[in-house]
Design a binder for this molecule. Structure first.
Ligand code: SF4
Length: 244
């Protein structure tokens, strides 16, 4: 499937007004997965036949609906959301009957992880937590050179998401919460965690861990996101369009 292939699903580019994924008599563009990928959809939905998966998905959707008040089709503009994600996470964990939660946190968010631990314990959960630097494995283990470290010339422990997952697997946590793991480290943690995971905080050192800030400012302060190419290896090349 190539980028130009009409089979490539491209929902993020869809401008259809009455979308078929939302209304029964709706439409979709030529690359619409709801129209073009019915077999894939049908097969994927068989996963929900597994009782534990179905229960998890059902409570996740119930939790989604419970974020709103003043619900009802008569006056959709009156509806508004009332729960921050941390509250939703707590309520969801109670719905699922979880007792022991795991926190996989970044060393840079140690203070926030401590506060979250206190909150979760107050809410009746047992909390196992593990910092990204656990194991004190040197970055040289991954083949990093001095200039690839944050502080060249110093010992640096690598972030070790596989270790974090292994520690929480050993602790037999019911559900794991990611708190500020880096890009890629979060991916490995989710791959190796036995328990299902949710990301409460995603790492963004520049925006106070709010990646949307840069996306929403892409036409002003972060215009480099569409004016520069960020190439493999971290080098930056400027490509200015003709009409710039
Ligand atoms: S599923 Fe189809 S209609 Fe819905 S957003 Fe994607 S392309 Fe558009």
């Amino acid at each position: 499937m190539s980028a130009n292939d009409e089979k490539l699903p491209r929902c993020s580019e869809c401008k259809t007004r009455n979308k078929i994924c939302r209304v029964e008599d709706g439409q979709g563009p030529t690359y619409c997965p709801t129209i073009k990928m019915s077999e894939v959809i049908e097969h994927a939905c068989t996963e929900y036949d597994k009782p534990d998966i179905k229960e998890f998905a059902r409570y996740a959707s119930i939790q989604e609906g419970e974020c709103y008040v003043n619900k009802g089709a008569n006056n959709p503009n009156a509806r508004y959301a009332i729960k921050p994600r941390v509250q939703e996470t707590i309520e969801f964990c109670h719905k699922m009957g979880y007792k022991r939660l795991g926190l996989a946190f970044c060393d840079g968010l140690r203070k926030e992880a401590a506060i979250l631990t206190e909150i979760l314990k107050t809410q009746g959960f047992e909390v196992a937590s593990v910092v990204c630097k656990t194991g004190r494995t040197p970055k040289e283990f991954l083949g990093l050179t001095e200039d690839q470290k944050i502080n060249p010339g110093s010992f640096e422990s690598m972030c070790s998401p596989i270790v974090q997952a292994a520690v929480l697997n050993e602790a037999e946590t019911d559900f794991n919460i990611l708190v500020g793991l880096c890009v890629g480290h979060d991916s490995l943690f989710m791959k190796y965690s036995k328990a299902l995971c949710t990301a409460l905080v995603v790492k963004d050192r520049v925006t106070g861990h709010n990646p949307l800030a840069a996306i929403q400012l892409y036409e002003s302060y972060y215009s480099k996101l569409i004016k520069q190419e960020f190439k493999k290896g971290g080098s930056v090349t400027v490509s200015v369009k003709e009409n710039d």
